[in-house]
Design a protein around this ligand. Structure first.
Ligand SMILES: [Zn+2]
Ligand SMILES: [Zn+2]
Length: 285
């Protein structure tokens, strides 16, 4: 998993994994932040989900917690290495299951991670535990891409837990695992983009039935009792936790005339209770 020149000591492994994740974050989250939240192209203004522009204080907080999370991910890298050393990791580097499984294992990992995320996310919204971990991520009511890893250290451990879980249970090629991690960050950054860039009819299409949108997760940051899913809309759909105004909000955003910023509010105030299942402030998992 690591380049051969990295010495196999816990400190150097942690630093190498930290550096790899930092580069990935710097190449995906930071340019998305600069492009949308600092330069903000005129044609994107009408697709802004929050009041914006997000301030530098918020950016510093999101960056700080993301760096802490990257440190935790570095430590998780040490655990992954130890699992491999102990012969417990099922991540392989040869050709034993062929190229078809290598490709197929990526969506399989996304489906597994989606279920893991949905349930751990709902658990972290459970009232007795919310304040200990997940509250930090929700300090951003109008998140930017920098919030992709803005977690309390306890949440960072939970989020990173998917890596050893996959390593222990699913035989996956190392390259497929790297593609999965990169895709995961890309979709995570899209969820925190703050701008809805999917086309107008997306939500009414089969793809919109399966995949989540930026509106979906942005709405979760504003209306925290709804929209718990990550990649796919399946769990929220099955368990009735999609915000009742999700489709209406998506339509309002994507039907705004180009270049206009002062269109109807993304989520009409006090609209959480209209239809669908009303959840408690912090629902139990
Ligand atoms: Zn978020
Ligand atoms: Zn949440």
């Amino acid at each position: 998993m690591l380049p051969p020149f990295v010495p196999r000591s816990p400190v150097s492994i942690a630093l190498a994994v930290f550096a790899i994740n930092l580069v990935r974050y710097a190449l995906i989250a930071v340019p998305a932040y600069v492009l949308f939240h600092r330069l903000t192209p005129k044609r994107a203004v009408s697709r802004r989900l929050g009041p914006g522009p997000t301030g530098s204080k918020q950016a510093r907080r999101e960056l700080f917690y993301s760096m802490v999370s990257l440190g935790i991910f570095g430590l998780m890298g040490v655990l992954m290495f130890e699992l491999a050393e102990a012969g417990l990791s099922r991540i392989y580097t040869d050709d034993r299951y062929g190229p078809v499984w290598t490709v197929l294992s990526v969506p399989v990992m996304l489906v597994l991670h989606d279920a893991y995320f949905y349930w751990t996310h709902r658990f972290m919204h459970w009232k007795p535990v919310f304040k200990y971990a997940h509250r930090v991520h929700h300090l951003s009511h109008d998140p930017s891409p920098l919030a992709a890893y803005a977690f309390h250290p306890l949440e960072a451990i939970i989020e990173a837990g998917i890596a050893p879980l996959i390593a222990l249970t699913l035989p996956v090629h190392r390259d497929a695992f790297i593609v999965f991690l990169t895709l995961s960050l890309l979709i995570n950054v899209t969820g925190h983009l703050g701008f809805e860039m999917y086309p107008r009819g997306f939500l009414r299409s089969p793809l919109g039935w399966i995949f989540n949108t930026t509106t979906h997760h942005h709405q979760h940051h504003q209306k925290t009792n709804w929209n718990f899913g990550l990649y796919f809309n399946v769990w929220d759909r099955l368990l009735g936790t999609n915000h009742p105004q999700y489709a209406a909000t998506y339509a309002a955003i994507t039907e705004r005339p180009r270049g206009t910023a002062d269109a109807p509010a993304a989520v009409p105030p006090g609209s959480e209770g209209s239809g669908g299942r009303q959840l408690e402030r912090s629902p139990s998992p």
